[in-house]
Design a protein around this ligand. Structure first.
Ligand code: ZN
Ligand code: ZN
Length: 233
């Protein structure tokens, strides 16, 4: 609701300006037409984990990794590749905390989901460990989730899943170390009341974090777990 009023007041006083170049923004989006078209989309990709296929064989559906070890989640929706402008926007959203970055990322993802996704009953943003939350003062994933929730009219559940292990930053770790680091990092404080849930994260690199969160949701009996991310590395 607060976001709603900020939007109304800001857009009525000032037409949106492009966050990237300062030019005139699209209606209700802080991005201009040329910058919007310059964002790098994920091309041909695995339907399960959204990893990009170099081979453009249209018959390919699953990547080698998903064929070998089926992930705990069912489908990943990732509109953009984690490079250039998207990397910049996500970094600003994560470390700067300004509302305009989470709003833009939320709007971009919501537009894509409205066109392509089978919508779930609940959105679950990946929770931060309480210590990390205190340091940062906000959870950027929850801020993005609020924008999408409003756009697509899907409720957020940010209380059922807890981040209980203060894990090391995943960025510096190898894929194998990431899986080990995140193992048992989450716990459910309550069983979510939904059969179809979308886990929301800003960026997906190896998928270790969302895979671990999907695992406990599946163990708790949730039938379908999708992953929504703004960008795929
Ligand atoms: Zn621009
Ligand atoms: Zn895959």
């Amino acid at each position: 609701m607060v976001n709603n009023w900020i939007d109304i007041i800001q857009y009525s006083l000032l037409p949106p300006n492009c966050i990237l170049c300062g030019g005139r923004g699209l209606a209700y989006m802080d991005l201009c037409q040329p910058c919007y078209h310059s964002l790098v989309r994920v091309g041909s990709h695995c339907i399960c984990c959204a990893s990009h296929f170099d081979n453009t064989d249209l018959n390919l559906q699953l990547c080698g990794d998903c064929l070998k070890n089926s992930p705990n989640f069912d489908k990943t929706y990732a509109p953009y590749s984690h490079q250039d402008a998207l990397r910049y926007l996500i970094n600003r959203c994560k470390f700067n905390g300004e509302y305009k970055y989470s709003r833009l990322l939320g709007l971009l993802l919501a537009d894509y989901l409205r066109d392509y996704a089978e919508l779930p009953e609940l959105i679950m943003p990946v929770p931060l460990h309480p210590k990390r939350y205190r340091q940062r003062g906000f959870n950027q994933t929850l801020e993005i989730a609020k924008v999408i929730s409003k756009k697509l009219a899907i409720p957020i559940d940010n209380t059922s899943c807890l981040h209980i292990k203060n894990t090391a930053h995943q960025v510096s770790l190898s894929a194998k170390q990431r899986h080990k680091n995140i193992k048992n990092a989450f716990a459910l404080a309550a069983i979510p009341v939904a059969q179809h849930i979308a886990i929301l994260d800003d960026v997906m690199t190896t998928g270790a974090t969302v895979n671990e969160m999907a695992r406990i949701l599946k163990v708790a009996g949730v039938q379908r777990v999708d992953v929504w991310v703004c960008a795929r590395a």
